[in-house]
Design a binder for this molecule. Structure first.
Ligand code: 5GP
Ligand code: MN
Length: 318
């Protein structure tokens, strides 16, 4: 029996199911969660999807109105985690995962810690949503317009609009199939990737003004504070996309973006262009991620964190 067979069996057996994803969720996290939610509803399951905070730009996704900030019951027959590499990143709700009778982890992070009873992890997939196409097929779920919208949103956001290296021919085959099924791919693309909030734009302006170029312009560094977020009335997700601004400047290999969380702790976002494995750097600080997109949390002032990160990154620069 393959892991996929096990997962299908456990889903079929379970009456109530909880879906969880990673903290500060992105389009793939939310798209995967809601694709799974809509799919499990289709086969008559009693299903809760818990995402305490997410960018309101994803409210266009079918099922978003059913997202809960916490579970309706203390214990579920089955817990499914999507797009999450480590149990401590489960949005503060790892207890639902640990307490469930059975747990399933579906993901595409390189260093996934295999924290479920059943782990379906494929790091070669550009998005967790793309893995779900296979899982839903195995469950004999019909990919409706609603499910297709969620899956496509995950794929579009995690591939930067089909432009990252991880994109596979299956990605385009799926999109071609969605188009044939009458799904408005262009509109989903616009909703998922193009439209920015005004606060996001204002935060990006602040971050751009602060951007420094280090180590022969190979590292771009910037940050935003809690105060910046207050000034622009930022909501969850309004910092998205800022780290990519530094990455996309000619000659930059690694982009570093810090976002203040509590007073002395910053969430670090790392991106690379060609050869630096930023996941290795994030792991040094207790974080993780992918080869070209990773993150961690570090305490200190922006200046201290910058110096500490640069001392490691510069060893990997050519
Ligand atoms: P982002 O910079 O967009 O927050 O995250 C980039 C990637 O790194 C994502 O795939 C995310 O899951 C991963 N990541 C970000 N922060 C952390 C962290 O603190 N721990 C781990 N394990 N992964 C992280
Ligand atoms: Mn993802």
């Amino acid at each position: 029996m393959t892991t996929l067979d096990n997962i299908v069996e456990e889903i079929n057996k379970a009456e109530n199911i909880v879906i969880l994803t990673h903290e500060t969720p992105d389009g793939d996290a939310i798209g995967s969660s809601l694709a799974m939610y809509n799919a499990l509803k289709q086969i008559g399951k009693d299903v809760d999807v818990i995402i305490p905070e997410y960018p309101r730009t994803f409210n266009f996704l079918p099922g978003a109105e059913s997202i809960l900030a916490e579970g309706k019951r203390a214990k579920y027959d089955l817990a499914i985690s999507v797009d999450c590499g480590a149990i401590d990143r489960l949005n503060g709700w790892s207890n639902y995962f640990e307490d469930a009778n059975v747990s399933v982890n579906i993901d595409h992070h390189t260093k996934n810690s295999m924290f479920g009873d059943f782990n379906y992890v494929d790091p070669t997939s550009p998005a967790c949503s793309q893995i779900l196409i296979i899982v839903l097929e195995a469950l004999k779920i019909k990919i409706t317009k609603e499910i297709g919208t969620c899956l496509l949103t995950g794929i579009i956001t995690d591939t930067g609009g089909f432009k990252y290296q991880g994109v596979t021919s299956e990605t385009f085959q799926f999109v071609a199939w969605l188009l044939q099924s009458g799904i408005n791919v262009s509109e989903i693309y616009k909703n998922a990737l193009q439209i920015k909030t005004r606060a996001n734009f204002e935060l990006a302006k602040i971050a751009m003004n602060r951007m420094e170029f280090l180590e022969n312009n190979k590292i771009a560094f910037t940050y935003i504070t809690k105060q910046d977020e207050e000034v622009v009335n930022a909501e969850p997700g309004d910092h998205e996309g800022i780290v990519e601004i530094g990455r996309d400047i000619e000659g930059v290999e690694v982009s570093v973006f810090l976002r203040q969380r509590e007073d002395k702790t910053f969430k670090v976002s790392l991106r690379s262009n060609n050869y630096v494995n930023v996941s290795d750097i994030a792991i040094l600080f207790g974080g993780g991620g992918h080869v070209k997109a990773a993150g961690c949390k570090i305490s200190g002032t922006p200046e201290q964190i910058k110096n500490s990160l640069v001392s490691h990154i510069k060893k990997l620069l050519k």
